[in-house]
Design a protein around this ligand. Structure first.
Ligand code: AMP
Length: 399
């Protein structure tokens, strides 16, 4: 990002949650973009900032028009200006007359925020003409929106085509995400342990398959563990199961065996007689769950076994909770794993936490400062770790 005295088109992720009065309820995403924006301003650049907010194409007014009032980025202007410590101009369109006039008049040190990129259907279609109109406003393109890097949209990928390699760059946030992801994908320190949890196997199949080429140990927890239990012939009561994925689970277990990878499933579970925080609970072996009972968290034996493996690891990747951590009676397993990850990190391991729910789980445990890196790019991080090329990354690194 060594640009100076240039007009810089910066793609950020300002897709923040708003309440019914269009007030921002959590400005983490804006805060996270500030270092990049400030670094560019210090070098006397002028900034043309673009972002999406919500899904305006999917939630149109009854007459088919865009719900501007709800999805306008004007809601962000004041907070951005406060956090940035400088006035922020707003363009009432994304590539129209207002955007063109204001971007042309923009001087060094000034900031212009464009209207929601998703007001144009061309954005999500990755359309070239629209991307070209965006590109025309600036000399340089910076992408700091890692969370949307897995989408080949106009403002995240196509637009980069109109800038030569020396005129485009990752922002600091995005660079950091990629560097940290590479610590687990390229030559990780060993032993390398992946912890995969959450509700469904189907969401994580590609991840697990990819990880089987890289890890020494794989720990499976959460709802998805019961599909594997079923694959091994266990009785799982009414636990979450994907019957159409049982054969695949068997295949993955065999693959792990062939590759000599330790594949750990929870030996015991906390089971409940309903999906409810006030349900009756007991602990039992995960492959011998009573009829009409369901596994909602890993048990004590599993916590101990998982923690021992985690604590002797040098690289740790964690995606997905070990149980229904949103309900206190089933949060203990996830918390125990969070402590083990923090312990290992303190002993010198590198730990990467990715995916929305594992991030809230680590925050809930109060251990967010005791792990190496917490990714903000849920789907993008998952796809990166699955070995896919992210269009937003490729667009910057390619000519
Ligand atoms: P994911 O988005 O795939 O990471 O899944 C996270 C969700 O999985 C959380 O909302 C958890 O409550 C849920 N979950 C974790 N363990 C279980 C379980 N044993 N049974 C049902 N849901 C679970």
């Amino acid at each position: 990002m060594n640009f100076s005295n240039s007009k810089v088109l910066v793609r950020v992720d300002f897709n923040v949650p708003l309440d019914g009065q269009s007030q921002i309820t959590d400005d983490t995403r804006i805060e996270r973009a500030i270092p990049t924006l400030k670094a560019l301003l210090e070098k006397k650049n002028a900034l043309i900032i673009m972002s999406h907010l919500g899904r305006p194409q999917k939630k149109k007014n009854d007459d088919g028009s865009i719900n501007v009032k709800k999805f306008t980025l004007e809601h962000i202007v004041n907070r951005l200006s406060t956090l940035l410590g400088t006035p922020v101009q707003f363009a009432k369109d994304t590539v129209g007359e207002d955007a063109m006039t204001k971007s042309e008049a923009l001087r060094a040190g000034e900031v212009l925020l464009l209207e929601n990129t998703r007001f144009h259907a061309e954005e999500e279609a990755g359309e070239e003409g629209f991307a070209n109109q965006l590109a025309k406003m600036a000399d340089v393109y910076v992408n700091d929106a890692f969370g949307t890097a897995h989408r080949a949209h106009a403002s995240t990928a196509t637009v980069a085509k109109f800038f030569s390699k020396d005129k485009k760059a990752f922002g600091l946030l995005m660079n950091n995400e990629i560097e940290n992801a590479q610590k687990v994908t390229n030559n990780p320190a060993r032993p390398f342990t992946a912890i995969v949890g959450g509700a469904k196997v189907s969401d994580k199949i590609l991840l697990i398959r990819q990880l089987l080429d890289k890890v020494d140990n794989i720990i499976i927890g959460g709802g998805m563990a019961y599909t594997f239990m079923k694959a091994q012939g266990g009785s799982i009561g009414t636990s979450l199961v994907e019957l159409d994925k049982v054969a695949l689970a068997k295949e993955l277990l065999q693959l792990a065996k062939d590759k000599n990878i330790k594949f750990l499933l929870p030996k015991d579970s906390i089971i409940a007689d309903s999906f409810n925080k006030d349900a009756n609970t007991k602990i039992c072996s995960s492959d011998n769950i009573d009829e009409n009972w369901m596994g909602l968290d890993i048990g004590e034996v599993a916590r101990k076994e998982f923690s021992d493996v985690i604590e002797s690891s040098k690289t740790i990747l964690w995606n997905g909770p070990m149980g229904v951590f949103e309900m206190e009676p089933f949060a203990g397993g996830t918390r125990a794993i969070a402590h083990a990850v923090a312990f290992a990190t303190d002993q010198g391991a590198f730990s990467l936490i990715g995916g929305g729910d594992s991030v809230s789980a680590i925050n809930q445990s109060g251990l967010e400062n005791q792990v190496s890196f917490i990714s903000t790019g849920g789907g993008a991080m998952l796809e990166y770790l699955e070995g896919k090329e992210l269009p937003g990354v490729a667009a910057i690194t390619q000519d």
